[in-house]
Write a protein that binds this ligand. Sequence first.
Ligand SMILES: CC(C)(COP(=O)([O-])OP(=O)([O-])OC[C@H]1O[C@@H](n2cnc3c(N)ncnc32)[C@H](O)[C@@H]1OP(=O)([O-])[O-])[C@@H](O)C(=O)NCCC(=O)NCCSC(=O)C[C@@](C)(O)CC(=O)[O-]
Length: 331
Amino acid sequence: MPRRLSRSFITTPSFTGASVRIVEVGARDGLQNEKTVIPLATKLELLNKLSKTGLTHIEAGSFVSPKWVPQMANTGSILEVLEQERRAQGQDGDGITYSYLVPNIKGLETMLGVKGTAAKGNEIAIFASASEEFSIKNLNCGIEESLRRFRPVVESALEHGLQIRGYVSMVISCPYSGPTSPQAVGDVVERLLEMGCYEVSLGDTNGVGTPGTVGKLLRHLVQERGIKPERLAAHFHDTYGQAIVNSLVALEHGIRTFDSSVGGLGGCPYSKGATGNVATEDLVYFLEGTGVKTGVDLEAVARIGEWISKVLGRGNGSRVGRALAGSKGLI
Ligand SMILES: CC(C)(COP(=O)([O-])OP(=O)([O-])OC[C@H]1O[C@@H](n2cnc3c(N)ncnc32)[C@H](O)[C@@H]1OP(=O)([O-])[O-])[C@@H](O)C(=O)NCCC(=O)NCCSC(=O)C[C@@](C)(O)CC(=O)[O-]
């Protein structure tokens, strides 16, 4: 007799009528790992194209040390240009929230020092880890110290009217320390929420999660700890090709915010072998096909995925993007 499968894997609930928010991270998580310096004009063109696809939340860069991540060194110029455009468009600009990673108070001060930066339409993201070893590799300090450093960043950002998003990396397993316990993830998530983050994005940084491990993590966070799924986001890398099925598991647990990257761009500079985030095209195709509204124009994003992949001289990391390019030409 074959063993019976657990109910959630064989009976997918109907999501018809549900809607999600997609956080497009291609211009930050996607580009940060590229070896050759990408011109400012290319980054701005990418952001400009993405802003016309129905996406409402776009990560535009990082105010991190240029010695650590040289590719993000021109983030101040990106913010300045986007702010100029916002002023030219009127008070509300294009209605999109642009998000910037900030690792410490120096990063926040640099961001606030950019001419014309307004709280409206901008937010910051702080990023911690559930793995002590990865925290040291990524931030040059352990988890406790990173949280201690984030506190004044959060306080100052809130005083300036900026909203704060949180990240936790290595939520499933870490290349330096092995499997991550759901308890370790839950502890950091709760600390970030208590500190003032409006949501915490769960980073399967090296894309090793499966429905089994992701389900176990989400059961712990949502059912056992009682963390509201509205305060969580899924940030799945697609290294092992599991990101879409893991997104279904996240949907089943009530998560309605998903991070993704156009063309599946990306990798993490401090996680060897990690490939890109789940491609925005693949995510939109999956969600819309499952009855979940994204508000995102699939063909428009697929066109951008083809364009940026050609500009960067890499293969298009989106299967849906490649299929659409094959059947419709796109560009
Ligand atoms: C946190 C630090 C700065 C500590 O790095 P550190 O070397 O310990 O920093 P420090 O305070 O000793 O300063 C060293 C130098 O950096 C400068 N510095 C210091 N801070 C800044 C700053 N904000 N902006 C610009 N410059 C800065 C500082 O001024 C000094 O310059 P010097 O005096 O030598 O000329 C460094 O480790 C760092 O920048 N790390 C960021 C690494 C990163 O960006 N990783 C990728 C993003 S995380 C990720 O991708 C995962 C995620 C979010 O996507 C989710 C997932 O998938 O899991």
